[in-house]
Write a protein that binds this ligand. Structure first.
Ligand code: AMP
Length: 933
């Protein structure tokens, strides 16, 4: 590397430690330059981008056995900063440019670090240094234009008073331009009216704040400082004292003529009528002479109105009309000028938009004096949210604007009319017909068949789609009998191993189908056949899921979505599990069409409160809205009987996590993939219905005797009182940390994209046969690792394509995670080409998780094989190892897969644990990388 050489010197070294504004100097005494000790590195003036720079250079490419070291002076560490980053700028010359004489030439150098409690001066000992990283250039310099590389390495767990960095060259042609050493802080901030001090960003760390001047809080305000220097998850809120209002990040005195009587976030209000103007910072306004306020009168009197009550929406006859009606608010503030305003929005589970011009209010919704209004031009596919506010002349002072909200959809009972029928095609044995409807309801296709036999096979259906069927018999004279009840049947998903031929439905005459619309067609063939079956298939565009909580009376939600079952039709046989509300039984239910069917019966334990009963039944109101082969099917509920029960289809193999643990290693990746495909199809259905599950995990998936998987656990007490994994977060809600996407943990952004993250974890659980995600790492460690971009490694023997999909689901940016529709497509593709599963994902110890029990790095932490086996809970193999002559950790480190098997470890789970542990032990850098992607 060219340029003028300057004389070798030890001390004056213009290596730059330029600190960005947000980064703090780590060096308390070393000022802005750091001296380096040089062993065969030289200071060279180099021209980079036209400017001369001093660099440390070494270029002994033509002799082997190079070992050239360059060391910084002692760098003091600020206490608290146990993680520092080292940013290096350097140039490396291409070995090829030196010709054949440079056989020993290298293109990398190494970064080392040694901690020390005191400056050891020039006493340099290689052995004291530990390697941090091999530094390799992204761009190699070949010609005269120098390619400057920048590389940053982070070193953690520093504990001594300071440290030295060293650079080891083993035969490269390197010029070091700068080394910048820094740590990050979360800058001092004001959030929720609390001041938080500048904090060293180390690992996720909880920081306490103090309320700003003239504010108080109920509890000490807290917030987390992330390893990246960002403040996350603030907890608690300070509020301004009486006489003060929130202005930006501070509490300011109320202006003269205004007052504020309580500790709150509210603004100061104008002094009410008949009071004297107040001075600045007033907590109340004195009454004018001759006016009085009784002790029970609020200082704000006359107050703005409270929210309207009993808001309801009723479908009116005629096209697309609803009547909204409500009762006047409880508190009117004794003012005669009470009016109402009505607003409409459409919400899709993640965002709401205003209805705007799409609907019409039959009177002006801005200044209503009546307590009702008619809304028209509504679309029968949509759910509308109406918000009604009451106003009076003092509403402008009310920051809260109390309102009532109702979510409503058109609820038609009258069927649409068939307005015309056309003959599309006629042949000797067939007729093709089409018809139009006065109003399109959730029907996209119809098929009609006339049969003279008692069964039918329908082909060419769409996989994984619900079809509704109804059968009608015709007499020899052609008189139509009554239709059977509607039955919904679902075609199976494509390529699920156990059910390949799915685009076919076989119907017996007893289970007929057809929507009401079909009846109009019956005459077409009336005279010809003895028994005529008509069926129609309908594909329902999915209705959005309705949160039962939006019903003021939860019993109405239950009536709307759930069938009531006669308790006498149910018999409990055996306890199969325990849920939050009571025991779960296997039992039977007598049905009209299907005889006795085996069912699961969830019971509500005695001594429940009304709230618990409603929470218990809310799961049924949610489940009752779903109909999909991969969602647990609700048969109905018993509510009229003393002990409420929820009856669902029975899943012979119970919860998926337990099933997998019990069958560790017994299923092929192909079979596991089939199960995952089912779960993904169920989740796609839920996300299409705008339902966000929030607790998708293998323990909440049930498996039947065909190994079909169905998503369950739709409790409303969810998030997540009934889940042992639920951990209280700093905001008081419970979240199953290791299954939950970071944005949902940090700020409760639960969406289908956060469900996709959980699905990735379920994929991992399935491929690892029910292994606990992140093993015995604590929740705190898991959050920290995820924050630092680490991800779970591939399970043993996991096809690479499946692991790649997991990683996609775990993208930090939720917008770029795949959607469930994409996941189903990808899984289908893999199932169609099993050879795509042959490539197994690498288990790379350098970038993968270290088992917690192996943390420590190099195996030397275990004094004996026994101690090691105990630490990974595998001590049952002590004798087997001894018998095989494996008595030292060196021998353990040399073991290969076959060796472990030959020692006598056969169970796949045990094999896995032992092999992982050995990989972790071999991993030199395990103390640095947990599982980096
Ligand atoms: P849950 O309250 O839904 O978590 O149910 C508790 C336990 O009961 C589950 O972990 C299952 O073992 C069992 N269980 C619940 N529902 C069913 C079902 N439909 N079929 C079989 N077992 C079930």
């Amino acid at each position: 590397i060219v340029s003028e050489r300057i004389s070798f010197c030890l001390n004056i070294l213009p290596l730059f430690f330029s600190f960005k504004e947000s980064l703090k100097s780590l060096f308390l005494c070393a000022s802005n330059s750091v001296n380096l000790f040089v062993f065969q590195w030289e200071i060279v003036q180099t021209v980079v981008n036209g400017s001369p720079l001093y660099t440390y250079s070494v270029c002994n490419v033509d002799s082997s056995d190079q070992d050239n070291w360059l060391r910084t002076t002692f760098i003091q560490r600020r206490s608290g900063a146990s993680r520092v980053s080292v940013e290096l700028q350097f140039v490396v010359r291409d070995c090829n440019t030196f010709g054949s004489s440079s056989v020993a030439c290298k293109e990398t150098f190494n970064l080392f670090l040694a901690e020390a409690d005191a400056d050891v001066g020039t006493n340099f000992r290689k052995g004291q240094f530990r390697k941090v990283a091999t530094i390799a250039p992204d761009e190699i310099t070949q010609g005269n234009v120098l390619k400057v590389n920048t590389e940053t390495k982070t070193v953690g767990s520093l504990s001594k008073k300071g440290f030295y960095l060293a650079f080891q060259d083993m035969g490269a042609c390197v010029a070091l331009l700068s080394a910048r050493v820094y740590y990050k802080t979360c800058p001092s901030t004001v959030q929720s009216l609390a001041v938080f001090p500048e904090t060293v960003a180390d690992s996720l760390r909880e920081v306490e704040g103090v309320c700003v001047e003239n504010a108080i809080g109920q509890a000490t305000p807290r917030i987390y400082c992330s390893a990246e220097g960002d403040w996350v998850v603030p907890v608690g809120q300070c509020q301004c004292l009486p006489g003060y209002e929130t202005t930006g990040d501070s509490c300011q005195e109320c202006k003269p003529g205004y007052f504020k009587s309580s500790v709150s976030l509210a603004s100061c209000q104008v002094c009410p009528r008949n009071t004297k103007p107040s001075s600045a910072g007033a907590s109340e306004c004195q009454c004018e002479d001759g006016f009085f306020r009784s002790p029970s009168d609020p200082p704000t009197s006359p107050s703005p109105p409270s929210a309207p009550r009993d808001l309801t929406a009723t479908t009116l006859s005629g096209e697309g009309r609803l009547l909204l009606s409500w009762s006047p608010p409880l508190v009117t503030g004794h003012r005669p000028d009470l009016t109402y305003s009505v607003a409409c929005s459409i919400c899709d589970g993640t965002a709401c938009s205003t209805c705007g011009e799409r609907i019409r209010f039959e009177t002006d919704p801005a200044e209503l004096r009546e307590t009702n209004i008619i809304v028209s031009d509504l679309d029968s596919h949509l759910n509308y949210t109406f918000t009604v506010e009451a106003h009076s002349g003092v509403s402008q002072f009310d920051p809260e604007r109390a309102s009532a909200t109702v979510t409503a959809a058109l609820d038609y009972t009258d069927p649409p009319k068939v307005t015309s029928i056309h003959l599309e095609k006629s042949g000797p044995t067939s007729l093709s017909l089409s018809w139009s409807l006065s109003r399109e309801r959730d029907v996209t296709t119809y098929t009609v068949r006339i049969l003279d036999k008692s069964f039918v096979q329908i082909t060419d259906l769409t996989p994984d789609t619900p079809y509704i069927f109804k059968v009608q018999a015709l007499s020899p004279e052609g008189t139509p009998g009554s239709f059977s009840t509607e039955h919904e049947f679902h075609t199976s998903p494509l390529a699920e191993p156990q059910i390949q031929n799915n685009s076919t439905a076989v119907l017996g005459a007893v289970v007929g189908v057809a929507v009401i619309l079909l009846a109009v067609l019956a005459f077409v063939v009336l005279r010809r056949r003895l028994v005529t079956a008509h069926f129609t298939s309908t594909v329902n565009p999915l209705q959005a899921y309705v949160d039962p909580h939006t019903y003021e009376d939860p019993n109405i939600a239950i009536q709307k979505f759930v069938t009531e079952i006669d308790p006498n039709a149910i018999a409990k046989h055996k306890v199969i599990g325990v849920g939050e509300f009571g025991e779960v039984f296997r039992g039977v239910m007598k049905t009209q069409g299907r005889g006795e069917v085996t069912v699961a019966i969830k019971t509500l334990k005695p001594g429940y409160s009304e709230k618990q009963r409603q929470d218990f039944l809310s799961e049924a109101s949610i489940m009752g809205q779903f109909s999909h082969p991969n969602i647990i099917h609700l048969e109905g509920v018993v509510t009229k009987f003393k002990h409420a029960m929820i009856v669902t289809e029975y899943m012979e193999n119970g919860a998926l996590d337990t099933y997998l643990k019990d069958h560790d290693g017994e299923m092929s990746p192909y079979q596991l993939l089939g199960m995952l495909r089912g779960i993904a199809a169920g989740m796609k259905y839920l996300s299409d219905m705008s339902y966000v599950h929030r607790d998708l995990a293998a323990r909440n998936v049930l498996v039947n005797s065909n190994l079909e998987c169905k998503v369950s656990d739709f409790g409303l007490s969810r998030v997540l009182e009934d889940d042992a994994e639920g951990t209280y977060t700093t905001r008081g809600g419970k979240i199953p940390i290791r299954w939950t996407a970071p944005e949902a943990i940090a700020y409760r952004k639960f969406t289908s994209a956060s469900d996709v993250w959980s699905f990735g974890i379920v994929m991992w659980e399935v491929m690892a046969f029910g292994e606990r995600p992140y093993w015995d790492m604590s929740n705190h460690e898991v959050m920290k690792a995820i924050n630092e971009a680490f991800r779970l490694p591939a399970p043993m023997d996991c096809p690479s394509a499946i692991y790649q999909l997991m990683l996609q689901c775990w993208q930090q940016d939720r917008a770029i995670r795949p959607r469930f529709a994409d996941i189903v497509n990808i899984l289908d593709k893999l199932l169609r080409s099993p050879e795509s599963l042959k490539t197994i994902a690498d288990f790379d110890p350098r970038v993968s998780i270290r088992l917690p029990s192996t943390s420590g790095g190099d195996g030397t932490m275990f004094r004996s094989v026994t101690e090691w086996l105990e630490s990974i809970k595998m001590s049952q193999y002590k004798e087997s190892f001894a018998r095989a002559g494996i008595t030292t950790m060196e021998q353990v480190l040399a073991l290969r897969h076959e060796d472990i098997r030959n020692i006598g470890v056969r169970l796949p789970g045990h094999m896995k644990r032992i092999a992982y542990s050995i990989l972790g032990l071999k991993d030199e850098s395990s103390s640095l990388s947990v599982f980096a992607v």
